[in-house]
Design a protein around this ligand. Structure first.
Ligand SMILES: *Cc1c(COP(=O)(O)O)cnc(C)c1O
Length: 429
């Protein structure tokens, strides 16, 4: 595979952009080699600057649940372009998308739009602190909530790949207010709340963890968080930036039946444009400016183009059977991967929720926690990653990322992926 142009661009990029990338997860630090540069996306495929085509399982890290350049999303963006790019004032479409989000996500009665997932979690935490008058927050090992100062503690994939679980530049005073608990460990929750429950503003969690591969909650785990938060007057925040509109129309809260006080959203709601949102009960949301004392604002918040793309996206995923088809397709892919790994004698296991999955080169039968994720074989992953890439399959360049299937992935793409995987597994041994 010729990658000359990518190599040239990477060399220039290194000169003008720190590390050559605008987000560290795009670097190939976790797998070796250099990142590719892309010039196009079509359905299930990404096209690099040398003209190579790859079946894409990154999907822009989650948003592209309809694949690249879906006609309805493109048409909505084009239609809005005729009328302007940004107004810095209210629009009808903003009201429509807010209504749509509230109707799809059960616990959300009011929602505020922002421009990224990071902004959504940062604002939700501030709101939780403002609402409760408390400072302490709880997060979980391996969960990522954007690069918010107080949340960059044991923060999952991006930071893990670089081997720097904690960021420098975060004042110790901030990280001291963040208590980190192991994900899927009920005793740790009980113990924490027995001591600090009454000082805690909120618990923020990825209800289906997606930044240490894909790790679903064990039975009754989210119920326990719900119960403890309610008992102690702390808010429960579900960070559904990844799982929102990805695993079900109503996100992880629909699947698990556990309702948080606040929900953060991003990725899929923008259809690939920069957007984020946070929402919840009216009583809590009314603490935000201009109604309440918690300040939060954004120059481009509710940007008309991002909202148009998001609305087209949400309407399309609301069509009957959308999620069931995505789930079945993803299952076919994972069943095929597991069969081929077994045939090749490679220790391998997968997790799946809807169109989101995690692959682990692990001896465990099922991966349910951070320690198991960390114990998986990264050399096997590196070898697998590069063979897949060589055979036209683009995976996230890190063993700790979830993968995504889109509605544009068809039988042909799944079958080509499995052929590549067969070679990749046998190349490991
Ligand atoms: C991606 C992600 C974020 C951060 O969103 P950005 O738009 O990258 O700022 C926050 N939380 C979760 C769960 C995510 O997956």
């Amino acid at each position: 595979m010729n990658r000359t142009r990518s190599q040239q661009l990477y060399e220039s990029a290194l000169q003008y952009i720190p590390g050559g990338v605008n987000s560290p997860v795009r670097a190939f630090k976790g797998v070796g080699g250099n990142p590719l540069f892309f010039k196009g996306g079509e359905g299930a495929y990404l096209i690099d600057v040398d003209g190579n085509r790859y079946i894409d399982y990154v999907g822009a890290w989650g948003p592209l649940i309809l694949g690249h350049n879906h006609e309805k999303v493109v048409a909505a963006i084009q239609a809005q372009l005729e009328n302007g790019i940004a107004y810095g004032a209210s629009t009808e479409a903003e009201v429509e998308i807010a209504k749509k989000i509230c109707s799809m996500v059960h616990s959300v009665e009011q929602v505020r739009l922002v421009t990224s997932g990071t902004e959504a979690t940062m604002s939700a935490i501030r709101l939780a602190r403002g609402y409760t008058g408390r400072d302490k927050i709880v997060k979980f090992e391996g969960c990522y909530h954007g690069h918010v100062d107080g949340l960059l503690v044991k923060a999952g994939s991006g930071a893990l790949t670089l081997g720097e679980p904690d960021s420098s530049g975060v004042p110790q005073a901030y990280s001291e207010l963040t208590h980190v608990l192991p994900f899927n460990n009920k005793e740790a929750v009980e113990e924490y709340f027995a001591v600090h429950g009454e000082e805690t503003a909120c618990v923020i969690v990825e209800p289906i963890a997606g930044n240490m591969g894909c790790v679903p909650p064990i039975p009754d785990y989210l119920d326990l968080l719900r119960e403890k938060c309610s008992e102690m007057g702390a808010l429960l925040i579900f960070d559904e930036v990844m799982t929102g509109f990805r695993v079900a129309p109503g996100g992880a809260q629909q699947i698990t039946g556990v309702l948080p006080d606040l929900t953060t959203l991003g990725k899929v709601i923008g259809g690939g444009l920069p957007i984020g949102a946070f929402g919840g009960k009216i009583e809590i949301m009314e603490k935000i400016a201009p109604v309440g004392p918690v300040y939060q604002a954004g120059t481009l918040a509710g940007n008309p183009i991002a909202v148009a793309a998001g609305l087209a996206m949400l309407e399309t995923v609301s069509e009957p059977n959308f999620y069931e088809e995505l789930r079945l397709k993803t299952k076919t892919l994972l069943d095929g991967l597991n069969e081929r790994a077994t045939a090749a004698g490679v220790p391998f296991t997968t997790n799946q929720v809807g169109g989101m999955f995690g692959c682990f080169f692990s001896e465990e039968e099922k991966v349910t926690n951070f320690d198991q994720v960390m114990a998986a074989n990264t050399e096997h992953f590196q070898s697998y990653f590069h063979t897949m890439l060589e055979h036209g399959v683009y995976l996230a360049p890190s063993a700790y990322e979830a993968g995504f299937v889109s509605s544009a992935h068809g039988d042909e793409e799944i079958s080509k992926t499995l052929d590549a995987a067969e070679k990749a597994f046998s190349a490991i041994n």
